[in-house]
Design a protein around this ligand. Structure first.
Ligand SMILES: Nc1ncnc2c1ncn2[C@@H]1O[C@H](COP(=O)(O)OP(=O)(O)OP(=O)(O)O)[C@@H](O)[C@H]1O
Ligand SMILES: [Mg+2]
Length: 359
């Protein structure tokens, strides 16, 4: 055997080992010894894992040796008190005449891979189910809502000509006002659900982020300016691929969240900072950052905030769809979004968007 091949096997990050027909290891590389926690050449599985656990291993070995087939299996066992999942492939080793003379195997720790896969599956399945439901619900609510809005208008017109006694007129006008606010909120929720379930639009054009920030700030001024002083650093590197509407929604959602994270009546001590710059780690992207000095995000919530319907706000204030929509839009534009703690307090949301040449 070429010495290079032996060295390659010895240094492979995948555990590799060979056993004779008597069940003793005749070769193991460093990764195999590390996985088991001992040098295993010369030992049998019973010596390595104990009699009980070895029975399982030997069952697989027998299948390989008796049936002459290669097999792949996964086993989850406790290693140092922690559950780990190991994926193993074993195959028969044959001599020149085809007689089985031993068994070889590779094993790798797939705990993290399996965990990520499981999480992604759950996330994807849930989003798909949600999209399907959202489209249906949006449609079902949309029609009666249009009818209700029409009725409110008719009632309002009727009220104007009805000449009701003062107190009653006030009461009816007040009720109509409440209906207006309520239907408006439902309309927005339905719109959000539709955005979330809409297939991604593919149209993009160079957009001036400074203009987008202007728009979003104007729409949220009532809340934002009451909670913090706004600092803008949006002079450079501001053309990205997208469209005004969707990018405006991204900035608006992030601004509203930043403002809502700051307690009322403390505008003098708080700041919301909006920054755009060329992303230093990848020329092709522009980073848009929105930072606040608000209450921050709990470590255990960081991985959940982008989930649809995850909200820590009172149900009248937040539906938990803002960041789910934001993330969906950013991904559909070929970008990325991350959230992190901002020291000493507050949060920072960073959106990476594909850079466009200035027109
Ligand atoms: N800037 C921020 N600071 C602290 N927490 C935040 C910030 N942005 C988002 N969060 C957390 O993430 C959660 C989800 O945000 P998201 O925008 O998706 O929903 P929401 O603001 O609760 O409701 P909605 O946006 O639908 O009105 C929030 O409830 C809050 O706990
Ligand atoms: Mg929000």
């Amino acid at each position: 055997m070429h010495p290079l091949v032996r060295d390659a096997l010895l240094t492979s990050p995948e555990a590799f080992y060979v056993k004779g027909l008597d069940g003793r290891y005749v070769f193991s590389n460093a990764a195999a010894d590390t996985l088991v926690g001992a040098a295993i050449v010369g030992l049998r599985d019973a010596d390595v894992f104990g009699e009980a656990a070895a029975i399982d291993v030997l069952r697989f070995d027998r299948q390989v040796l008796e049936e002459g087939v290669s097999i792949t299996y996964e086993v989850t066992r406790l290693v140092g008190g922690v559950e780990r999942t190991m994926a193993t492939t074993k195959w028969p080793v044959r001599d020149a005449e085809g007689k089985i003379i031993g068994l070889a195997g590779t094993t790798s720790d797939v705990t993290d891979v399996r965990k990520t896969m499981r999480e992604q599956m759950t996330h994807t399945t849930r989003l798909a189910a949600l999209g399907y439901m959202a489209a249906g619900v949006g449609h079902e609510i949309g029609n009666p809502l249009t009818a209700m809005t029409g009725c409110i208008q008719i009632l309002r017109r009727g009220l104007a000509g009805a000449n009701l006694p003062g107190a009653l007129a006030d009461q009816v006008a007040g009720s109509l006002q409440i209906l207006d606010v309520g239907t408006d909120r439902i309309r927005r929720l339905v719109g959000d659900l539709r955005t979330l379930s809409r297939p991604d639009s593919t149209h993009t054009e160079p957009v001036d982020l400074r203009h987008v920030v202007d728009m979003a700030l104007a729409m949220s001024a009532h809340l934002v300016e009451a909670r913090a002083s706004v600092v803008r650093e949006t002079r450079d590197e501001r053309f990205v691929l997208g469209d005004d509407g969707r990018l405006g929604q991204v900035v608006l959602n992030l601004l509203m969240n930043a403002a809502q994270a700051i307690v009322p009546n403390s505008a003098a001590h708080n700041e919301i900072r909006i920054r755009t710059r060329r992303w230093e780690h990848d020329e092709g992207f522009v980073a848009l950052e929105i930072e606040d000095t608000g209450e921050g995000i709990l470590a255990e919530h960081v991985t959940r905030i982008f989930e649809p319907f995850f909200s820590t706000k009172a149900s009248v204030e937040g539906s938990g769809l803002g960041l789910a929509i934001t993330r969906q839009i950013v991904l559909s534009l070929g970008g990325q979004i991350t959230a992190e703690a901002r020291l000493p307090r507050g949060s920072r949301f960073r959106v990476l968007l594909r850079a466009a040449p200035s027109p």
